[in-house]
Design a binder for this molecule. Structure first.
Ligand SMILES: Nc1ncnc2c1ncn2[C@@H]1O[C@H](COP(=O)(O)OP(=O)(O)OP(=O)(O)O)[C@@H](O)[C@H]1O
Length: 542
């Protein structure tokens, strides 16, 4: 038999006593911040106050299909653990129907109630006879269900219902508070773990940054710039004076002579090495974009400026700005650069705000800037300001003596890149390289060696057949001869003649064999012996 009980004012009988009980419990409840200890201390007291054999608290599963017995306390000597975590189907139990109706119910004879779910009783070895079931409400939300089971003396009366509801209200607040604190503690622990992880990652990034810095410093070090000619030794000696100061440096030289390399060495060898190295080639900037590239712009400064953008000067703050081909900087921008050089101040396009940047300026040009000044294309004051310290890099054709050193430096570098082990550049090929004018300077030599390493057979030296045809075609006959002993010289000459014949016959081995007075088989053997298969392929007509 079940009766729904509406919330009603308490009676006067024993009101002061009940008030005392409630107050005492509410004070004690709020001492607990952890749900489990709260329940461990509260449920026995609840059972005593309500004068029942057992009390249970059930909370919904996250999917909402069942309730779980989360805490229980009984006098039957059955361990809590036996019944805890019991699953009570929402649609087939008194607690489940109450969870939905949200109305307190007194069931005076449980055996007669068809909703009674006997699974829990079986697990507990306990027999429920009467139940006072009370929803735990938080505002409009049902948080769970409290069941007071088997009234010891008499039946559940109106006073029991009122006391139970008042207790449930206090309990609900305490559960919510403890749950909230639990959630906060979990979030806090997650946050701490995240902070720990982030700081470990930051440490790792910092270690990696230091490692890369050491690596870059090692790479851009004057010792890494190859050259033993007097001209280059003078450059090294002179350039070192500019490493430890903030002095502006103007590097002059043809394309590919190593101007940017020197600029990097000045930056990474000096006190600004931990700051940025920002490099830009003025020849590649569209005329209308110079101001925005150099000084940056603010959102809306011009059509297409959909967000603020830092310019080169601002990005180089704390480091070095390297402007290659400074001779191409338009007149109208030169004044702004001069001002930034004087006091570090500049104004982004579209902004009224003056910003500051602490940067060192290194510039480079292949042009004669003095002549640009005379022609009225370059400001004289800027010319003197950027050229406080000058470095002139001689073209490679004026320091042919550096070619063998540079060539073997690049051979080592590209052996590593292509994971090969070409032991050397043979003397004929070296002589050929030395006789080439290299208008593209060191860059052209570097590209030539890279190409040769890429095509050459692993384990064998680089020979004439691995060089570009234009270089070999240009080589003088003496350069094609080998300076070694007679056997080496004969072999080198033989190889050169075979390459020439293959070239003349467009890679056709039968014709080349005729031309050389060899059998087709004899030529094939020599091609194999000299490792000329790449040369044969290179000679094939397109
Ligand atoms: N003396 C050198 N030793 C080793 N490598 C060098 C040397 N000089 C130049 N290089 C290499 O040659 C290539 C071209 O050098 P870099 O870019 O510094 O020349 P650049 O004068 O700035 O050319 P551009 O004016 O065309 O920009 C780079 O790979 C550089 O590392």
């Amino acid at each position: 038999m079940a009766a729904e009980v509406s919330h009603s004012a308490s009676g006067t009988n024993g009101a002061a006593g009940r008030m005392g009980v409630l107050l005492g419990l509410s004070l004690r409840l709020h001492r607990f911040v952890d749900l489990n200890s709260l329940m461990r201390h509260t449920l026995p007291e609840l059972r005593r106050i309500m004068d029942v054999e057992a009390v249970s608290i059930m909370l919904p599963e996250s999917e909402g299909e069942a309730l779980r017995m989360v805490w229980t306390e009984n006098t039957g000597g059955v361990s809590d653990e036996a019944v805890r975590r019991s699953r009570i189907p929402m649609g087939q139990s008194i607690a489940g129907s109450l969870f939905k109706s949200r109305k307190t119910q007194v069931i005076s004879d449980v055996r007669e109630d068809p909703r009674h779910f006997p699974g829990v009783d079986r697990a507990a070895g306990f027999e429920s006879r009467s139940i006072l079931a009370i929803p735990l409400m938080s505002g409009n939300r049902t948080v769970g269900v409290l069941e007071c089971i088997n009234k010891r003396r008499g039946r559940f009366e109106r006073e029991d219902v009122e006391l139970g509801e008042a207790l449930a209200g206090i309990l609900c607040l305490a559960i919510e508070k403890a749950e909230l604190i639990g959630r906060l503690e979990r979030a806090n622990a997650e946050l701490r773990a995240l902070v720990d992880l982030r700081s470990r990652q930051l440490e790792q990034i910092e270690r990696e940054k230091q490692r890369l810095l050491r690596e870059v410093e090692g790479r851009y070090h004057f010792e890494q710039i190859v050259g033993s000619s007097n001209a280059m030794l003078r450059v090294f000696h002179h350039a070192r004076h500019a490493v430890d100061s903030d002095i502006t440096v103007l590097i002059q030289g043809e394309t590919g002579t190593g101007k940017e390399l020197i600029a990097r060495c000045l930056h990474f060898g000096g006190s600004r090495k931990a700051g940025p190295f920002v490099a830009e080639n003025c020849a590649t900037i569209a005329p209308g974009l110079f101001a925005s590239e150099l000084f940056g712009h603010v959102k809306g400064a011009f059509s297409g400026a959909d967000k603020d953008r830092k310019g080169l000067i601002e990005r180089a703050d704390g480091g070095t700005l390297f402007l290659d081909e400074i001779g191409d900087l338009p007149m109208e921008i030169q004044k702004g650069l001069l001002r930034a050089l004087e006091d570090g101040c500049f104004r982004p396009v579209g902004s009224n705000e003056i910003r500051r940047s602490d940067f060192r300026l290194i510039t480079a040009t292949h042009k004669d800037l003095q002549r640009e000044v005379e022609a009225g294309r370059f400001r004289e004051d800027l010319y003197y300001r950027i050229g406080v310290f000058r470095i002139h890099l001689p073209p490679l054709r004026e320091r042919h003596g550096d070619i063998p050193l540079l060539a073997s430096f690049f051979l080592r570098k590209f052996n590593e890149k292509y994971q090969k082990n070409l032991p050397a550049i043979d003397p004929a090929a070296l002589q050929c390289l030395e006789s080439w004018p290299f208008l593209g300077n060191v860059r052209e030599l570097r590209n030539e060696i890279e190409r040769a390493v890429a095509v050459a057979e692993d384990g064998r030296p680089i020979g004439l057949e691995h060089l570009s045809p234009r270089l070999v075609g240009n080589a003088s006959p003496s350069c094609r001869s080998h300076p070694g002993n007679l056997k080496d010289r004969v072999e080198a000459l033989e190889r050169t003649l075979i390459v020439d014949a293959l070239k003349a016959c467009g890679g056709n081995q039968t014709k080349a064999a005729d031309l050389l007075g060899l059998s087709r088989y004899g030529l094939a053997k020599k091609i194999k012996r000299y490792g000329l298969s790449d040369a044969v392929l290179a000679c094939q007509p397109d």
